[in-house]
Design a protein around this ligand. Sequence first.
Ligand SMILES: *Cc1c(COP(=O)(O)O)cnc(C)c1O
Length: 410
Amino acid sequence: MNYHFKCILCGSEYDPETTRYVCPKHGDEGILDTIFDSREINQITSPRAITGSADFSVWRYTPLLPLENPRESAPPLQVGWTPLYCSTTLGTRLGLSHLYFKDDGRNPTASFKDRASAVVVARARELGVKIITTASTGNAGAALAGLAAAAKMPAVIFVPQTAPPAKIAQLLVFGARVLLVKGTYDQAFDLCLEASKEFGWYCRNTAFNPYTVEGKKTASIELCEQLGWKAPDALVVSVGDGNVISGLWKGLRDLLTLGWIDRMPRLLGIQAEGSAACYNAWKAGTETITPVSAHTVADSISADLPRDGVRAVRAVRETGGAYLTVTDDEILAAIPELARGEAIFCEPAASAVYAGLKKAVHQGLVQSDETIVCMLTGNGLKDIASAMKVAGAGTIIEPTLGAVKQLNIC
Ligand SMILES: *Cc1c(COP(=O)(O)O)cnc(C)c1O
């Protein structure tokens, strides 16, 4: 695919052969968008051709991905084509007749982050790099560790020492070199950048690496295809660094430019009350992101300074959406609601989306007959401690039928 990069701040354009990460004029804030020739893509493929594809993974969208030879560079692990469920219970409860849940916890390392890591690892192989690295709150690292294992590429992962044990277990088991940073995710991010510069490692850091957003865009392309190449009215997603919402927006912008969908959905960004830098900027009507001191049970969306904040605020503003915040209690309460109502077990950063949707309904931000998609980004097994706070307790009994009878279950 022919493509080039464009700085989201100044619009300067760059050749991917010579520019690897960000706009040299703006440093880490000069995130790059990927621009392609829509006519060229429409000449080689179409929604109908893709619908006929037998590849049920992110690679069904290779004509829309900025890679040279994905047939050879794609790591052999099935990422993407996650189920889009029509709500069976919670939609009725909220008075929404077309509510959907996309379960991205079904990815190989159990989070949405596999989409970005798949494309970044493919790009790393094309570049011929030897070592790949990232900073992560846990999921991006687990995804990179998994995809790097699939590609037989050594990975170095920087995570806060406080990351949930299940995520650290994933990093270790896939054989990555795991660096447990005594500090926050933001400190791990900066350290990873420094190390990658010093040692020449290829850096996957969220947003800093332009291919992360390109991987993440596959989710919105996929859900439009699953809806019969139609855009929903609203798409609800949780926001930490803002790269997931930026990726979903990019996929939708690509589809609109290609003429494959006919309208842009409203994007609703959900943040934890204790980690709400994008919400704050959106509310204040600015693109200047002021860092916060993030504290939330939803570790995957805990970010002092959202690295893709500018684009994340634009995604909501330019689509006529909204930002909402939810408390940790609301986030936790949403875990069993989703599990009991829809049989989807989410980690807190994903259940936050349902907590946010409830608020959006109460505030009249979504209408009953609209098609609404909730993006559920991570599996509940990632963070058992949080689930156990709200799941209730089992009943301990003697190993006798009499003991069961005494409980009067039916
Ligand atoms: C990373 C992540 C998010 C948020 O993505 P950002 O790009 O940081 O906004 C949401 N949910 C889960 C489970 C994640 O891992």
